[in-house]
Ligand binder design. Structure first.
Ligand code: NAD
Length: 478
């Protein structure tokens, strides 16, 4: 049992109002409790971050980078344990959680190294004697609001760039991943001066709302649903502070007539079913050329049927539970809507294994002949559900792929360079792949979407510097 607390100004702060956390794989197993912070905890955390900002900024990038290297080393020594905490709390198979923990370590190392790289430009001035250049200045106290589906990687991929460029942070993790966030803080927070990193646990409508409204918050980095993202954009715009919102997806894979079908099947299984489909970059639509439709459908159905579902701590498990009762209900409702609107349910739908009834399990589910305009082809399901839509031509496939409000990631499977290049040019998505799955963008590359998927800023890699800094232009005449 863990009783997770807030971390404010270098101290653990007990919050009396609390909520129980249970294992989504076995509802009778209580894992611990989390504090439900309110305005007073949020105010204290933001004030601590604002007070620590000046000193942290003045420390300089190299020194800050060295502290991030220390944080990476500490997390690296606890990778297996962190994976277990995350898996127990949100249900992702242990192997995937371990991969995520390693990614968090790699992210910290990447941004620690950033402390040694040049920032800013020297720009020619009209007067030959003058020196004109730019520097990158941190923003101040930044709010970091994260979802539950990458409980280890996302808080770190926002905190690390914020910190290296000189900002201080207040992190508000999702209610369903707060034990994991608290464990990350237990491990790395003591490395930083008091107030530089702060954690407030609680509900989005309560702690989250108080955080985004706080006048001393200078920027908001958010990942989560499109609805909450819109609210954050509105609030930040009113206050004229920077914001970035990474939101939903409805990511297509196009299978061309000349595709390597085995490769495409493996990529769809991995993209659609890992993490039980709870990735913003998960594959949720497969648009297949009619010439290979039957062959592809048969191969994919056989693979999906063979996936092992079970305890996410069991190393043989491919698919664990989804995170919560409400997500479970939402996904089951989408499966019912899919069948009602006329799609052909070929695998899954109902949970056959009664031994799993105690957790929030959804069987891997495959629909065929999903119309382009069907609800399950349009709305983000965020579960282990994928639909096949057969089309006659590549042009029709790309048009179908684009006919959604989202634009996060997309893939094509083809052996024809022209088809690949046409797809890359025409597809409306922020992250585009050829002969690879829709999920899994590397940490040193920009991450983000277009349309309703993102506020068009980018995370990860050097792109993060654009968000976490202001440019100051300096001209000096001797
Ligand atoms: P959510 O929007 O419900 O919650 C995300 C975070 O926002 C949580 O910490 C929550 O407490 C907080 N929040 C809720 N209401 C708030 C408010 N009024 N003010 C401030 N904060 C508030 O999302 P979720 O259910 O945790 O995550 C699932 C969603 O996240 C999916 O839609 C998924 O596509 C998206 N997601 C996107 C990406 C991406 O990079 N594009 C990555 C992962 C998840």
């Amino acid at each position: 049992m863990t009783d997770a607390q807030d971390y404010i100004g270098g101290n653990w702060v007990e919050v009396t109002s609390r909520r129980q956390v249970r294992n989504p794989a076995r509802q009778q197993e209580v894992l611990g409790t989390i504090g439900l912070s309110g305005e007073s905890e949020v105010n204290a955390a933001v004030e601590a971050a604002a007070e620590a900002f000046r000193g942290w900024k003045k420390l300089g990038m190299v020194a800050r980078g060295n502290l991030l290297f220390q944080a990476a080393a500490v997390l690296d020594a606890h990778v297996d344990e962190l994976a277990e905490v995350a898996t127990r709390e949100m249900g992702k198979p242990w192997g995937e959680s371990r991969g995520e923990a390693l990614r968090a370590v790699a992210i910290l190392r990447y941004y620690a190294g950033e402390g040694y790289r040049p920032v800013g430009d020297v720009i020619p001035a009209a007067s030959a004697q003058a020196l004109q250049y730019t520097v990158r200045e941190p923003l101040g106290a930044v709010a970091v609001i994260t979802p539950w589906n990458f409980p280890l990687a996302i808080p770190v991929w926002k905190m690390a760039p914020a910190l290296i460029y000189g900002n201080t942070v207040v992190v508000k993790p999702a209610e369903w991943s707060s034990l994991t966030a608290a464990r990350i803080f237990e491990l790395i927070a003591p490395i930083f001066p008091p107030g530089v990193v702060n954690l407030v646990l609680g509900l989005g409508t309560d702690a989250g709302e108080a955080l985004i409204q706080h006048p001393q918050i200078q920027a908001i980095s958010f990942t989560g649903s499109t609805t909450v993202g819109a609210r954050i954009a509105e609030t930040a715009t009113r206050r004229n502070i920077k914001y970035q919102t990474e939101m939903g997806g409805k990511n297509p894979v196009i299978v061309a007539a000349d595709a390597n079908l085995d490769l495409a099947v493996e990529a769809v299984v991995s993209g659609a079913m890992r993490s039980a489909g709870q990735k913003c970059t998960a594959t949720s639509r497969v648009i297949v050329l009619e010439a290979v439709h039957q062959a592809f459908r048969d191969k994919l159905a056989a693979r999906v049927r063979a996936l092992k579902q079970g305890d996410p701590l069991d190393p043989d498990t491919f698919l664990g539970p989804v995170v919560s009762a409400s997500q479970h209900q939402k996904i089951m409702d989408y499966i019912a809507v899919g069948a009602r609107e006329g799609a052909e349910l070929i695998v899954g739908g109902d949970l056959a294994d009664t031994a799993l009834k105690d957790g929030f399990y959804i069987p891997p589910t495959l629909f065929d002949r999903v119309s382009e305009t069907a609800t399950i082809a349009q709305e983000e399901i965020f579960g282990p559900v994928v639909g096949i839509t057969p089309v006659a031509t590549i042009d029709a496939a790309i048009a179908a792929a684009n006919r959604v409000r989202y634009g996060l990631s997309a893939s094509v499977f083809t052996q024809n360079l022209q088809t690949a290049l046409t797809f890359v040019e025409e597809i409306e998505a922020g992250m585009v792949r050829v002969n690879d799955e829709t999920a899994g963008v590397e940490l040193q590359a920009p991450f983000g979407g277009v349309k309703a998927s993102s506020s068009h800023s980018r995370e990860q890699g050097r792109a993060a510097m654009e968000f976490y800094t202001h440019v100051k232009t300096v001209a000096i005449k001797p």
